[in-house]
Design a protein around this ligand. Structure first.
Ligand code: SF4
Length: 117
C-alpha cells in the first residue's frame, strides 16, 4: 500500500499543532523542505510531506521546544487539514489555553457547517 506521501514506504505524515507552536522557526531551519512559517500567525506548517528524509523530520520533532510536531497516520492528514481551517490561533503574548482554543475551533466549524445548510 503506497501512501500518497513521498518515500517508497512511509506510512505516516507529519503535522504541526499550530495552536501550541510558538513560531520559533527552528523546524523550518532543520527541515526546510518540509516546514515553513505561515505568514498570518507566524506558526509552522507542513507544506511538503516528502521534502526531507525521515531522520531530518525526526530531528525537528525531537528538538521542537514545545513538542508540537507529531507523526500521524497518513490517512488522517486530510482530516487534520480540514480542521485547521477552523482553528483559532491565540494572539501572541496571551495565555494559551489549548482546550479553550480547540473548543472555539470546533464551534467555528459548527457555525460554518450551519451556514452551508
Ligand atoms: Fe513551532 Fe516547534 Fe517549529 Fe518552533 S520548532 S516553529 S515551536 S513547530
Amino acid at each position: 500500500m503506497e501512501p500518497e506521501l513521498g518515500g517508497m514506504l512511509r506510512q505516516k505524515g507529519v503535522d504541526v499543532d499550530e495552536i501550541t507552536c510558538i513560531g520559533c522557526k527552528h523546524c523550518a531551519h532543520v527541515a526546510h523542505n518540509t516546514f515553513y512559517i505561515e505568514s498570518e500567525h507566524g506558526r509552522a506548517r507542513v507544506f511538503q510531506q516528502d521534502g526531507d528524509p525521515e531522520e531530518l523530520i525526526q530531528e525537528a520533532i525531537d528538538t521542537c521546544p514545545v513538542d508540537c510536531i507529531h507523526w500521524v497516520d497518513y490517512t488522517k492528514l486530510n482530516t487534520l487539514e480540514e480542521e485547521r481551517k477552523y482553528q483559532v490561533i491565540p494572539i501572541a503574548g496571551s495565555l494559551v489555553d489549548s482546550g479553550a482554543a480547540r473548543i472555539a475551533s470546533h464551534r467555528n466549524k459548527q457555525n460554518a457547517d450551519k451556514k452551508k445548510i
